[in-house]
Design a protein around this ligand. Structure first.
Ligand SMILES: [Fe+2]
Length: 246
């Protein structure tokens, strides 16, 4: 296995569904960028927030099938998976159970965006509802929530209880040197609290699906074993619905 390969579990590459790729051409351009940069699997995760982004599951599945057919034809060795990034809501578990919102690769892992909440206790309660229902929640870009900044003890506690934490590559690589997101992301990695790094790609120029630069940075700063876990082993286990490395 090529040590420089990576697997991205969080991206807005499917066109015309949310605030990510706008056209089929954008989708192809972003898949090309990822493939040429070393991606061997991508999970396409449009926002699930029906009050803002209106699309039905049939459209989602049809676009995914089209992207998958294109990838099979043009990108040898690139696997595509489907999922959603669920915007936190009280009926999140119901939305999943009724098939309106998709888990990652339709397994037991749920990617959840907690923007809109203002305190840790709310996030904790929400995470508990998913765990009680038998799902494994993955907190999307924890470093971006102001209410979680500096709460490393709480992150560690949730982590022990089985919650996973995803960090955005952009927070490590592109944010202002002194930004609060960057500081939180660095602390997460320094303490081994991050489980996955993903692109959260939205377009082909600013928030792109390229992860190789970030992977090289993490290797150099935090070691190649941790980089392999964050960019390959854990995301692979998640998309295969297996347990991750602890
Ligand atoms: Fe996202």
């Amino acid at each position: 296995m090529d040590g420089k390969k990576y697997i991205d579990i969080h991206s807005h590459i499917l066109w015309g569904l949310d605030d990510g790729a706008e056209t089929r051409e954008d989708t192809i351009a972003m898949m090309t960028q990822a493939y040429e940069d070393g991606a061997c699997a991508l999970c396409l995760t449009p926002h699930y927030e029906p009050e803002i982004f209106e699309y039905d599951t049939e459209t989602l599945r049809a676009r995914f099938a089209e992207a998958q057919a294109y990838a099979a034809e043009n990108f040898e060795g690139l696997s595509l998976y489907l999922g959603n990034e669920l915007s936190v809501r009280n009926d999140g578990v119901e939305c999943i159970r009724h098939g309106r919102c998709l888990t990652l690769s339709e397994g037991r892992y749920v990617l959840i965006d907690f923007f809109g909440l203002s305190e840790y206790a709310q996030m904790r309660r929400s995470l508990e509802t998913f765990m009680c229902a038998g799902y494994i929640p993955i907190v999307a870009h924890v470093e971006r929530y102001s209410f979680m900044r500096g709460k490393l003890r709480e992150v560690a506690e949730l982590s022990r209880e089985g919650v996973l934490f995803q960090v955005n590559s952009q927070s490590l690589m592109r944010a202002e040197r002194a930004s609060l997101s960057k500081k939180m992301a660095e602390k997460m990695l320094a303490r081994g609290l991050a489980d996955v790094i993903a692109s959260d790609a939205h377009d082909k120029s600013v928030r792109t699906p390229r992860l190789s630069e970030c992977r090289a940075f993490v290797e150099k700063r935090y070691g190649s074993d941790y980089a392999q876990m964050l960019f390959y082993t854990n995301p692979k286990a998640i998309l295969k619905n297996k347990s991750i490395q602890v």
